[in-house]
Design a protein around this ligand. Structure first.
Ligand code: 4AD
Ligand code: MG
Length: 462
């Protein structure tokens, strides 16, 4: 069996030879004695045209009657067709039907809306757009692992069930085995989690960072890459309840090192995907986002801009009349502000650093001004925030004070505080939202369309 991708790669040598391909029929046309099938196997963007003839195939009639979506195995001669639209076709000497399809197959040859395709998430990977999106997703995941492994990072697995809240944003999904109909209660009426599986309140993780910090304090350079969960109620195009995050953590490193790492990683991944998925990227550039290739090339070849939050606020205030949410020092940046900065002011990715301590998480290192923390967000045109990171607070007393300010119980973080007691060093890290990266690489506007089976509020089908 040969994959269609290999046929394209080796067509010069394969011309005139007999090959076997397996796949699903996208279209089937026939006149009395001659038929054509557009066969796809998902190995690459393109399909292959199968030509089948009544005088060569004893089961010609059965094949001609097949419905779109059928799974078949085709053996035949590969004929180069330099004059035609496709560079080659396969003239079938045998077609075996593995699985027929019924006439109500939902993916008929026509343009379906993205909304409709979301309702058939189990079948949409067989369309051009989703097939390309999930191949790019796979290539990008591989590129991430390649980048970190080639740069001496240890891949660390952090737990999905956790007893602490990394971001302190209160967006956690509780994990419990207690019977909701019959919850045990303490004297003051609260749910008594001491009777639960873990004998305490636990949740699905919102970030592997705190555990990654533990690993970085042993290995120096580590990264995580795994699922992350947030009970985000906001119904936006870039928030999912279950998404994947990449979180590198580096010891003996500060915010500058952190930004350098983020920039190097982004450029590596973009280059890798453009090199390995050229047909998919060309498709997105033509049909989904006309500026995609120019933008990606621009990112690879330019230095990312760097501004402090305070400088960014000054830039944004000049445009306050056009914003729905007015900007002032201390306000969090909204999508419209992030878009304005990246698209109107800089025209490329921009690192915004040193945010007010009130709007960022407890673990970020307090700057000397006492008002800001060593935080960094990477904002990119078309998406807004794609990375959030920081230098971590390594000074024990200051960290304890920050936890008090955020009303976090030390008993839930004792191990995290230990890192500051036993050989603590300056260190930094960031989290890259993997789906936002795939959106960036494809130009796909909605996070629901870069996740094979998206989980957003109100949707957990499939
Ligand atoms: O900015 P966030 O919340 O940062 C952290 O979680 C840190 N602990 C990371 C670290 O320093 N190790 O999230 C990081 C990134 C965001 O920039 C965004 O790209 C993505 O994760 N993200 C989401 N992606 C999809 N859906 C959501 N609900 C997301 N929330 C965050
Ligand atoms: Mg963030």
């Amino acid at each position: 069996r040969t994959e269609i991708k290999e046929l394209y790669a080796g067509m010069e040598e394969l011309g005139g030879k007999t090959v076997t391909v397996c796949g699903w029929a996208r279209t089937i046309r026939d006149s009395k004695a001659l038929g054509f099938i557009d066969l796809n196997d998902g190995s690459c963007f393109k399909g292959v045209q199968i030509v089948f003839e009544a005088d060569k195939l004893p089961n010609y009639k059965d094949i001609a009657k097949l419905n779109v979506g059928s799974a078949i195995v085709v053996t035949g001669e590969l004929l180069l067709t330099p004059e035609a639209k496709q560079p080659f076709e396969i003239h079938a000497s045998e077609i075996i039907v593995e699985g027929t399809s019924t006439p109500d197959y939902p993916l008929q040859k026509k343009r379906h809306t993205m909304e409709y395709l979301r309702t058939i998430a189990h079948l949409r990977p067989r369309t051009n757009t989703f097939s390309a999106a999930f191949r790019v997703r796979s290539a990008a995941a591989y590129a991430i692992h390649k980048f970190f492994n080639e740069n001496g990072f240890v891949y660390a697995h952090t737990p999905l069930i956790t007893g602490s809240d990394c971001e302190g944003a209160g967006e956690m999904f509780t994990v419990t085995t207690l019977d909701p109909e019959n919850l045990p209660r303490t004297e003051d009426g609260a749910v008594d989690y001491s009777q639960d599986f873990f004998q305490k309140h636990t949740s699905l993780t919102v970030s592997g960072q705190l555990e990654a910090e533990c690993m970085a304090m042993a290995f120096g350079k580590v990264y995580t890459f795994g699922p992350t969960f947030r009970a985000e109620k906001s119904y936006t195009q870039r928030h999912a309840a279950e998404f994947w995050m990449i979180e590198p953590e580096i010891a003996f490193a500060d915010l500058q090192d952190d930004m350098q790492l983020a920039e190097d990683m982004m450029k590596f991944v973009i280059r890798y995907v453009m090199d390995t998925c050229p047909q998919d990227i060309a498709f997105f550039n033509q049909f989904v986002d006309k500026g995609l290739v120019d933008r990606l090339n621009n990112v690879v070849n330019s230095d990312f801009a760097r501004v402090t939050y305070t400088e960014a606020v000054e830039l944004l205030k000049k445009n306050n009349e056009n914003f729905e949410y007015k900007v002032d020092w201390g306000t969090d940046l909204q999508t419209e502000h992030e878009k304005y900065l990246t698209e109107q002011v800089f025209g490329k990715p921009v690192f915004v650093t040193d945010y007010p301590k009130e709007i960022k998480a407890f673990y970020m290192r307090l700057n000397d001004d006492g008002k800001t923390v060593a935080a960094v967000d990477l904002l990119v045109p078309g998406i807004g925030e794609i990375i959030g990171g920081s230098q971590r607070e390594e000074r024990l007393e200051i960290l304890q004070q920050r936890m008090k300010d955020f009303q976090l119980e030390e008993e839930n973080y004792w191990w995290y505080l230990d890192l500051r007691k036993y050989g603590g060093t300056k260190h930094a890290g960031f989290g890259l939202g993997f789906e936002r990266l795939v959106m960036y690489l494809t130009g796909i506007a909605n996070i629901r369309d870069v996740l094979p089976f998206p989980r957003t509020t109100g949707t957990a089908e499939f």
